[in-house]
Write a protein that binds this ligand. Structure first.
Ligand code: CTP
Ligand code: MG
Length: 233
């Protein structure tokens, strides 16, 4: 019904250091991508699903197809991967969720909160959690500039939800459309940041994320993911 999901899985997983693309790494017998696509299918059954895969990949491509999703070769950066996926969406798509494959254990309730906000007219929706560490600022030399009040900060997760026309427009404004060959704008690490930079008249709506939507980034995160899958049974 006009909803598409872009699952970005074209990264190399450098920080995880597992010797294969992160989305292929096994978590209790199934790859990160399979876990991610199972969560997507459970939360938003029937949505058109695009998976960005690394150039030259065959394994993730096969897993995507087996799950009923469409593989698209990603770009050099996450933002470029998202742009390439967007360029393949059918005209009929009105809303897009952009989700990190690496957040493969995201609970269905998080998807539901994002979709509900989109359906009530929010043009850009971001799931967030509270900051639990004490946070300190530093200057360019790494010298302390003081503690930052964490009450005014949130950690950003995915899936992020967008009005499709808005997401297309900010990707075009950022020069991210395929084949432009330009770098990402500085400091932009997610899709909602593009809205703030290139369409600031549109509000970004926050909904509750979940600690279980954590991104598998470093080896410790893989330990946590395996334990969480075990605990879910
Ligand atoms: N991603 C992508 N295309 C890229 C880079 C990243 O589709 N060129 C995806 C990753 O596959 C991941 C998500 O974006 O699901 C979040 O990125 P990140 O956690 O940084 O994954 P990697 O880039 O693979 O990891 P690293 O930065 O440690 O190499
Ligand atoms: Mg990365």
């Amino acid at each position: 019904d006009g909803l598409a999901v872009v699952v970005v899985a074209a990264g190399s997983g450098t920080r995880l250091g597992y010797g294969m693309p992160k989305a292929l790494v096994p978590v209790n017998g199934r790859s990160v991508l399979e876990h991610a696509l199972a969560a997507v299918r459970r939360a938003v059954p029937g949505a058109t699903t695009i998976v960005t895969v690394p150039a030259g990949d065959t394994d993730l491509t096969a897993l995507a197809r087996a799950a009923g999703a469409s593989p698209v070769v990603g770009g050099a950066t996450r933002a470029q991967s998202v742009a390439r996926a967007l360029a393949t969406l059918p005209e009929t798509v009105t809303h897009v969720l952009v989700h990190d494959a690496a957040r493969c254990l995201t609970p269905p309730a998080v998807f539901e909160r994002v979709v509900t906000a989109l359906r009530t007219g929010a043009p850009a929706v971001v799931p967030v959690t509270e900051v639990t560490d004490t946070v300190r600022g530093v200057d360019t030399e790494g010298r302390s500039t003081g503690t930052v009040d964490r009450a005014g900060l949130r950690c950003v997760q995915t899936p992020q939800g967008f009005d499709r026309a808005l997401l297309d427009r900010v990707n075009a404004a950022a020069g991210l459309l395929p084949d432009r060959g330009e770098g990402d704008p500085a400091g932009i690490t997610d899709d909602a940041s593009l809205v703030e930079r290139f369409a600031p008249e549109h509000p970004v709506t926050l909904v509750a994320g979940d600690v279980e939507s954590f991104k598998i980034t470093r080896p410790l995160d893989l330990v946590l993911a395996r334990a969480l899958v075990n605990s879910r049974g």
